[in-house]
Design a protein around this ligand. Structure first.
Ligand code: IMP
Ligand code: MG
Length: 171
């Protein structure tokens, strides 16, 4: 495994994103929707850095089985319970890979007519950003291909507890 971001770098990134969110949503009481399970650590740190009135909800989706390959379709496992009609919603995910999960989640949430809907992702693939530069509104870091783990992000349910972010070597 190779470390790509230390916990200190991640903390700086979370602070940078939170500062923008704090300004953009001043006086708005946004609903931050974390995508489970991968975003649970990121969202927990992010809301404390934003440190302004907001609400939190979670949505659970599954596109990966036990391994490293995406199944290519997004299954909705658990929905939010907040009524987001007329609300300012910020979707918070760990990593945008193909962008399919965020695309499907956007469609799903837009049906409820939120006042606004933006996306915050800690990580996004360079390949995705080359094709869709606007896929993520608040981006932490772009990352090359290679399976990422740590800071809430798993491989087959392992490694979520690691404070740093790592990429698994091939094999
Ligand atoms: P996408 O739909 O292809 O963008 O994949 C997004 C979801 O797959 C993310 O929310 C992650 O949960 C998971 N995922 C994508 N790439 C990785 C990775 O490198 N490590 C762990 N999970 C990943
Ligand atoms: Mg995820």
């Amino acid at each position: 495994m190779k470390r790509i971001l230390s916990s200190r770098q991640v903390r700086n990134t979370v602070q940078r994103l939170a500062a923008r969110i704090r300004v953009d949503y001043a006086d708005k009481r946004p609903v931050l929707v974390g995508v489970l399970k991968g975003a649970f650590v990121f969202l927990a740190d992010l809301v404390r850095e934003v440190n302004r009135p907001l609400e939190v909800d979670f949505i659970t989706v599954s596109s990966y089985g036990p391994g490293r390959a995406s199944s290519g379709n997004v299954q909705f496992v658990r929905d939010i319970t907040t009524d987001i009609t007329g609300r300012h919603v910020l979707l918070v995910d760990d990593i945008a890979d193909s962008g399919l999960t965020l695309h499907e989640l956007r469609r799903h949430l837009m049906r409820r007519s939120p006042a606004s809907l933006r996306v915050c992702a800690l990580l996004a693939r360079r390949s995705l950003l080359a094709d869709e530069p606007d896929a993520v509104d608040y981006l932490g870091h772009s990352v090359p291909d290679g399976f990422v783990v740590g800071y809430g992000i798993d491989c087959g349910e392992d490694y979520r507890y690691l404070p740093d972010i790592w990429v698994l070597e091939d094999g």
